[in-house]
Design a protein around this ligand. Sequence first.
Ligand SMILES: [Zn+2]
Length: 445
Amino acid sequence: MPPRILNLKIKNMKKNLVIIILTFLPFFLSNCKKSTYESENSPTDYTILIAHGYDTTGIKDFGQYYRVEGDIVIPKSSLTTLPRQAMGNSVQQVALSKQRTITVRIDNSVYINGADFDWSAEVPQAIAEFNNLETSNIRLTLTSSTVADITIKAESISGSPNTIAEAPLPSGGNPGSFVRINTTYSHTPTNSGQKKYNLVHELGHCIGLNHTNWYDTGEGPFPVIGNSPNSNAQRDLWSVMNGGTAALSWIGFTDWDIYAISFLYASADGIPGSSEFCTSATYGYSNLPVGSYINWTVPFGFTSSTSGNFITLTRSTGYYADATLQGEINLPNGSTINVTKLIKSNCNVSVEFKNTGSQYVSGAINFALTSPPYSSYSGTVSAPYSSTYTTMTGGTYTITASRAPSWDPYYVSIGGGTPKYISSYGTTSIGTYYVGNGFVVNVWR
Ligand SMILES: [Zn+2]
């Protein structure tokens, strides 16, 4: 996992030692000048701590340190408000359930205020830049619907001739609801790259990013993102989220931009690649910045080979356990993004055929894989209140039920779904289902 925000938490062993030492500090500090004490205990520090998600109830001030939540020691020196890639705050994020389904629409106002304010061609380009970030869970979809999560519109921002556009931060788990292009901007953008740059910037606000250079612009303090730049020497000069940069043209996300977005919105699917396979599968990234490399941790029971930023895993013979692949992506700027993938075996999937009724059933439930190798399997159930199990390869199957002339009609239900009555002789279609471990077929009559 990436280090906690700000690296403020001191590791447990050290922490306890520090706490023991610090417990005695107040006695030494009690003669400190009141004024100094008060300035260290400024509301700004509290604001920063709260913004980082710490509960300041019962906070103790030990001069050089704070202790919060009973046992977390935070050096005051770590609270200095140096410029960092910054987000709105710990609650102004897009909810996990929304991250992959953010819709964007272009309002008619974008088309009617002249070419300088018509950014419609750049909207899909800006969307693609976010969607191409493989380590991020943010996915934007351009819609022609009249409703969307984010509306791109062109309106006058009165009294702000130097503001090219504006956008709100997320609220209630939803992204900021609009990007407003300022039709009374006094330095109209003339090129497409500029429009794209500013769209990416404003969409960045919509997903919770504040200005990377917020210290320099006199904003904040905002919660910082992970290990984003934290010193003057580390200023991220080309971050698309720097404020006061309306005149710039798009040249791509910086490594720190990628790091920050990935830190906030880690990919829920994990490393790109199949989550289930029997023998072999390939995982990795196509769009990482040039010069990136990945340190892989290969799970037990697999052999591997790598090519660029991809790894191919092969299950060892007879080894079908689920496993977790881990990768540490090293971006050229020295930052790291930790990624994982839960890998499930779809070999030897166990399917249960269950007679839930009080009478004997004569019938066969047939499975045919919809793709190569088109394997087929069959399961039967007979005795009342009993189960039998069939082992098969996981995958998508068409399922049918058979009934011979001498057999009684019976019901079939897949996984508790709507029962199908098998009254005809011959074969009756049940449907197409994905079959994995724990798949259950209920029959009765
Ligand atoms: Zn901005």
